[in-house]
Design a protein around this ligand. Structure first.
Ligand code: EPU
Length: 355
């Protein structure tokens, strides 16, 4: 669809940042304002960011705004990557290598890949946000994480002032985590993400919500294809998760906490119905939604923030909420879950400090 971003280069272009209202630029719909904001559409604009950061003091990269808690006033310069294009850039040992610009909408990319016969992302359908954010939190759903499909990330290194390609292994992806969350703030601007997608479809139907499809495949092997999985995931998500266009939210607000085998055993003895998944290292991942639900928070409000009535892991903006409302609700939930289960819930979105 376009020239790969990593191949576009020429002389640098000057950039001007302007104040922008970010209320419509974060899916929680929190009232927020940037003192200085710039949108990047071409790779050759990126080198000029250096001067903007010197001028404004710091940099925050904001993608689709679906995994951030923004303060009322965001300091420094806010960078909005709008690099576009989806391109088949090569093949590798039975896999397609597909490159997508960081500014592409994630769900549109998944739909496009499924339509092209580039399978492998269908379990990740309908995740809000942009492509550039996908490696930052290693998005995951319905038995797949980005790490299972990531080939590499094309990024501008603000420290070295150079365009680099980070292989998947260099990105430090873990459960909802990556080096992009831990390296110095403002070091990386992701321009494009490359995916490694199997040319022979390998269905991933082990997640409980997809067991009906797994059984259908056992009856008739060709009855379920990637498009059927894509459609099923869309239907499940629409039934459980609020549409950010209608109710402000950032998807799961907390990570599912990991506990030791001993801690899990003690909890399972005390609380029947505890939802937990054994991990490869012997620890257990607990369903945070279940813990919050059991504490009676589902559907409850605190000020202008609330807990979604169909999925307790999702915090919502009841109207006119600010960061303080969401964070006060999050703290109240954390306190209750800690008191009852001895487990500290960690927020999944990036909480941006006020200016
Ligand atoms: N549960 C409850 N009450 C609730 C919510 C959940 O009892 O209010 C129970 C469910 O019955 C189920 C278990 O908790 O037994 C897990 O719930 P679910 O399958 O809905 O998944 P999740 O752990 O809540 C995770 C991801 C989601 C992803 C789904 C599907 C995290 C933090 N969240 O949610 O990701 O879509 O699995 O794979 O890992 C996101 O990151 O924004 C996100 C939505």
């Amino acid at each position: 669809m376009s020239i790969p971003l990593s191949k576009t280069s020429s002389k640098s272009a000057a950039l001007v940042a302007e104040p922008v209202d970010l209320t419509a630029c974060n899916t929680l719909g929190l009232r927020s304002h940037a003192r200085a904001c710039v949108t990047l559409e071409q790779a050759n604009q990126v080198p000029a960011l250096h001067d903007l950061v010197v001028l404004h003091g710091a940099m925050l990269v904001l993608g689709g705004g679906s995994n951030v808690v923004l303060p009322e006033e965001v300091g420094g310069v806010v960078v909005r990557p709008a690099f576009k294009g989806v391109t088949l850039v090569g093949e590798d040992d039975g896999h397609w290598i597909v490159e997508a610009g960081a500014g592409e909408n994630w769900h549109a990319l998944v739909a496009y890949c499924v339509a092209q016969g580039w399978w492998g992302l269908e379990n990740l359908a309908l995740i809000p946000g942009n492509v550039g954010a996908a490696p930052v939190q290693n998005i995951g759903a319905y038995g797949i994480e980005l790490v299972d499909r990531l080939h590499s990330v094309v990024a501008w290194d603000m420290h070295a002032q150079a365009l680099v390609t980070l292989a998947s292994k260099e990105c430090g992806l873990a459960y909802r985590d990556s080096r992009f969350k831990h390296d110095a703030a403002g070091r990386w601007v992701i321009l494009a993400v490359r995916f490694r997608l199997p040319q022979t479809w390998q269905p991933m139907l082990d997640y409980p919500d997809l067991h009906a499809l797994k059984e259908a495949r056992l009856v008739a092997d060709d009855s379920v294809d990637a498009k059927a999985v894509f459609d099923a995931v869309c239907a499940i998500r629409r039934a459980k998760l609020p549409d950010p266009a209608r109710i402000g939210n950032a998807g799961s607000f907390f990570k599912n906490p990991w506990v030791s085998a001993e801690h899990h055993r003690a909890l399972a003895e005390k609380f029947s119905g505890l939802v937990a998944y054994r991990q490869a290292d012997g620890r257990y991942k607990l369903a945070a939604g279940w813990l919050i639900d059991q504490c009676g928070w589902k559907g409850r409000d605190l000020g202008a923030a609330g807990v979604h009535d169909r999925q307790a892991l999702v915090l919502v903006n009841r109207g006119g909420a600010r960061a303080g409302d969401i964070l006060a609700l999050a703290r109240a939930i954390q306190d209750d879950v800690m008191g009852r289960y001895g487990v500290m819930l960690e927020p999944e979105p990036v909480v941006v400090p006020p200016a």
